[in-house]
Design a protein around this ligand. Sequence first.
Ligand code: NOJ
Length: 509
Amino acid sequence: MPKWLNDAIFYEIYPQSFYDSNDDGIGDINGIIAKLDYVRGLGCNAIWLNPVYDSPFMDAGYDVRDYYKVAPRYGTNEDLVQLFKEAHAKGIRVLLDLVPGHTSDTHPWFLQAKKAAENEYSNRYIFTKTVWDAPPEYRMMCGICERDGNYMVNYFSSQPALNYGFYEVTHPEWQLPHDHPDCLKTAGAIKDIMRFWLDKGADGFRVDMADSLVKNDDEKIATAKIWRGVREMLDKEYPEAAMVSEWCHPDRAINNAGFHMDFYLDHYGNGYSRLFRYGDWGDRAAFNPNGRGSLEEFAVEYLPAYNRTKDKGYISFMTNNHDMPRVTAYLDRQAIKLVNAFIFTMPGVPFLYYGDEIGMRYQKDLVSKEGGYSRTGSRTPMQWNSGKNLGFSQSDDTYLPVDKSADAPTVENQSGDPDSIYRVVTDLIALRHKYADLHGNGELEFTFREGQLPFAFRRGGMVMYFNPTGKPAELEAVGSGDVVYKIGEAILDGSKVKMEAQSFLLVES
Ligand code: NOJ
């Protein structure tokens, strides 16, 4: 387990929308290098970089055409190596995005696999025996190539599934078992890609759809085995490298598959969504001041999973990511401050999505860009200052339009404002670094009151009190101590904590 993860705070950068250094309207790697001091200034000491590989961008780069080459619109491989170097010099680690489940349908492997004549890559993807064979339980593309067969897709139609075989083989005429040598070769090819970038200075990977490798593998037994093999390789060859899975099943991802971290993702109705996003645009979220939400589903899901995995890895909370509407679409400013207080004081390794620190808004109703659809509104350019395109780019034509509202938040107008989300985020991140009890693996003990809200939790010597509701409330104090931080109005008064609506108190005992 890389030790640095315990005090890691990640910043997710969507490269096309972060900072455009060459005025072509698209963010790039040199733009990220130019903003490393900003990232460090937030208190973040690690970056998750969304895919920067060569791609036709049917799914914003999650459709990889060449895993070994940086997309020209972002720069060159040398630029990426330079990013690793400069980031490291500033104490920042960089995780790339690994997409092991599928490639673009323009990837050379796939161009070979599509050919009628059998070749080295014929089994790299999952083809049926003939085009007349299209079992409805699988997502297939039919009749589009000279090879007489249909192929399985993993996500969009342009993303054919790589072949790691089947755990349960139900159609032996075209399904290979997961231990077939050609399926093992697929896993080997992914390991080669990892080695290539780790050797160049990458610090690990966020793994896209990590649970999607072996098909008909409901319990993910064979899929986990592949990842354990990857973990063995890392432990031996790259012990400092870190892996975070897009899985949202910590028992499987951390305990069975050996990931160091697993994202707590927004699945409608799960514990994460119940906290921040549940209901009609968040009207039943626990952090909505209307008090209609509850912590119960979160607690029932998260706490047992946390207890089962805490000795082996971290469950990662995120403020948002590039796949869901920004939290500003669901909650008001004060609530969002409390959300950040929660995320940055809970165990695990937290992830901050670019722009969330300034309260960037979800841009509803944008025309889809590069397969974004409803996600497009969370992928708009970073808002730096009051200049052209809010400081993102000098081009007249940007990747996506910037927020056009007169009061669009920017780094410039938020960072100096003592009442901003930015202030809370940076304060809380600094406190998290300062107090070891707030690091990733510290203890956690929740105290709930009837009705679940407000609530408190203790981590070692630190106690966090939250009143996310719109009404004043009183809580039993968990011991005594000194107030270290507060949001809104709240006081520690003997054995009671008196909290105004939407407040937070952080006490060191
Ligand atoms: C999850 C990624 O986060 C998302 O953006 C992408 O579209 C799918 N996986 C497919 O790769």
